[in-house]
Design a protein around this ligand. Structure first.
Ligand code: SF4
Ligand code: SF4
Ligand code: FES
Length: 246
């Protein structure tokens, strides 16, 4: 049986280091299986978060060979076994223990977003193309890999000013819902800081649900913010209107 060397981060917020483990590789094995082998045979105190092992709960996010991935969706036979496989916690979030990070900041951002609010008395009918458009955004499993890779959070630590791609996806699902009645344009501009996104598309590249985060969520939302706050013609119309009502 082939053997892999894993270098797994062991530590907490005070610090830590990569520790080497030799793991036998069985057919069909994923990185999460390798960590379970380590827990079962070599280091029972290794902390790993997971739930579904089916790429659907979003709990097992980590950095494997430096790339943000779901450990349960990363096959060992897709990695080069002639060199150590590194498994580190997501860099953009505080480490709790080993490869488990504290992602609770995301839930605080989520609470700032007004939920779906249908227009009073609206007829509950939608075109299929509208259903399809918002359906993509509802595939999100909240793995936060996109948040982890986004340089605004990862390298510039702008958590106070920037909501991150996962929440642009959520807002897109609400803003593009034809029955919703709330505008979240000011929230996007002021609280979620969508202007800080410079469309590098790194978030889209790591999304395990293949959501086209940048093209289908962020760019249309940026356009809405520009229309709402920076379109010179609309600004003029608003000025005239407010002068008339003054
Ligand atoms: S496209 Fe925007 S949100 Fe996505 S990773 Fe780049 S800067 Fe971040
Ligand atoms: S948008 Fe994709 S990468 Fe981001 S949290 Fe949702 S599923 Fe994960
Ligand atoms: S264990 Fe659920 S996504 Fe990996």
């Amino acid at each position: 049986m082939a053997e892999a060397i894993l270098e797994v981060f062991r530590g907490d917020q005070q610090g830590g280091k990569a520790v080497r483990y030799n793991v036998p590789v069985a057919p069909g094995m994923v990185v999460l299986d390798a960590l379970h082998y380590i827990q079962g045979h070599l280091a029972p105190d290794l902390a790993v978060r997971w739930n579904c092992k089916a790429a659907k709960c979003g709990s097992c996010s980590a950095e494997v060979n430096g790339r943000p991935r779901l450990m349960c969706k990363t096959r060992m036979d897709a990695l080069p076994l002639d060199q150590p496989i590194t498994v580190f916690p997501m860099k953009s979030f505080p480490v709790i223990k080993d490869v488990v990070t504290d992602v609770s900041w995301n839930y605080k951002v989520n609470q700032t977003i007004p939920p779906f609010t249908p227009r009073p008395g609206v007829e509950w009918k939608m075109y299929q193309e509208d259903v399809d458009r918002v359906q993509e955004f509802r595939k999100c499993i909240e793995c936060f890999l996109c948040q982890n890779v986004c340089h605004v959070l990862r390298d510039h630590a702008k958590q106070e000013q920037f909501g991150g791609p996962r929440f642009f996806v959520r807002v897109a699902g609400l803003e593009m819902h034809p029955l919703d009645s709330v505008s979240r344009a000011r929230l996007l501009k002021d609280e979620l800081g969508i202007g800080l996104c410079n469309i590098t598309k790194c978030c889209t590249e790591v999304c395990p649900e293949d959501i086209r985060i940048t093209d289908n969520a962020i760019i249309p939302l940026k356009e809405r913010v520009v229309d709402e706050f920076y379109d010179p013609l609309l600004m003029l119309v608003r000025k005239i209107r407010s002068a008339k009502t003054a």
